[in-house]
Ligand binder design. Structure first.
Ligand code: BDR
Ligand code: CA
Length: 318
């Protein structure tokens, strides 16, 4: 990046989760490209008490203890919380082998902080959402004016084709479809990175060994997480853990690695069979205005080069 390009002001909302953790490391290792203003945690892969603590452990291993972490909503808006320990392990980041976090969570509720920082922003802020959309939707319900100060929301969620938690739905959207409905109706500039894309970014054995070979504490932690998390995926989806959430951060840093197209996307919130489905109007059958840039392809080698370069920069905690 050239010297006169300013880092993009960014907030990450997440539910770590091994792939969220790797996304946080990628962002925290990229201060030239991203001005990471803070991290908000939400319940999702595991309960909130674990997701927020995991985010704090990650900022330690990334050598960025100054980045504030806020705890947000402990459950979805309407549905009951359905966590995914069968994928992520009891802690959410099994395999990471990290010590307890060095600093406490911030006192403010994440939703209050989101409203406050967005209202005070002198330049619009980019939001990266890596988990259920509860925190951001709640903030928009409470303070609709904040939409003006969000330059773009890039989300990991949904799919044009396959589902993972059900045959038709992806985990983040399925977990809180009512929050997702609010976001997709909000008028925000939205970019959706769904399973069709993230399943192209797989840590196959050669890529995993390249990460392990970096050999610093952060990359050791990533390799350990991918060993654990990859094993859960291989049984259902074939070789190599898909790096869902890091694709969002990579897109914000290097959009040239991705292609996609604008279309209408609506969220199914009624049908028990397909709840949480992102209904993508690829061929404009409904004639409704596009509300989402749907990403379709990733240069996966370019993505892993970016990730490995970033991990090499991290100092770690040893
Ligand atoms: C998404 O759900 C979680 O399992 C991952 O962290 C990712 O955000 C993939 O469907
Ligand atoms: Ca996630």
């Amino acid at each position: 990046m050239s010297d006169n390009v300013k880092p993009i002001p960014l907030i990450i909302d997440c539910d770590p989760g091994q792939d969220d953790a790797i996304a946080l490391m990628l962002a925290m290792a990229s201060p030239g490209e991203l001005d990471l203003l803070g991290v908000s945690a939400v319940a999702g892969n595991v309960p909130l008490a674990l997701t927020e603590a995991n985010a704090r452990s990650i900022r330690d291993v990334a050598g960025r203890p100054e980045i504030p972490v806020y705890a947000g909503c402990p459950r979805p808006m309407v549905k009951v919380l359905e966590t995914a320990e069968y994928v992520h392990g009891k802690s959410g980041i099994d395999g990471a082998n990290l010590p307890q976090p060095s600093r406490p969570v911030e006192q403010a509720h994440a939703v209050d902080w989101l409203i406050d920082i967005l209202r005070r922003a002198e330049t619009p802020i980019t939001l990266a959402t890596l988990g259920p959309l509860t925190n951001v939707a709640m903030a928009i319900v409470m303070a609709p004016d904040i939409v003006e100060n969000i330059s773009e929301l890039v989300l990991m969620g949904g799919a044009l084709s396959l589902g993972n938690i059900t045959p038709s739905a992806e985990f983040n959207i399925y977990s809180d479809p009512h929050a997702a409905h609010i976001i997709f109706e909000s008028g925000l500039k939205l970019t959706m990175i769904g399973l069709d894309v993230t399943h192209q970014a797989r840590a196959n054995p050669a890529r995993l060994e390249a990460i392990r070979a970096i050999g610093n504490p952060a990359s050791n932690s990533v390799a350990g997480m991918l060993d654990f998390y990859g094993a859960q995926y291989i049984a259902t989806f074939g070789e190599g853990a898909p790096l869902h959430d890091p694709c969002v951060i990579a897109y914000i840093i290097r959009p040239d690695l991705f292609t996609g197209q604008d279309m209408r996307v609506d969220i199914e919130i009624g049908s028990p069979l397909t709840i949480g489905r992102t209904v993508c109007d690829l061929h404009d059958r409904a004639g409704r205005p596009a509300n989402t840039h749907v990403v379709e392809t990733i240069d996966s080698d370019g993505f892993f080069d970016l990730l490995n370069e970033s991990l090499t920069r991290l100092p770690g905690i040893n």
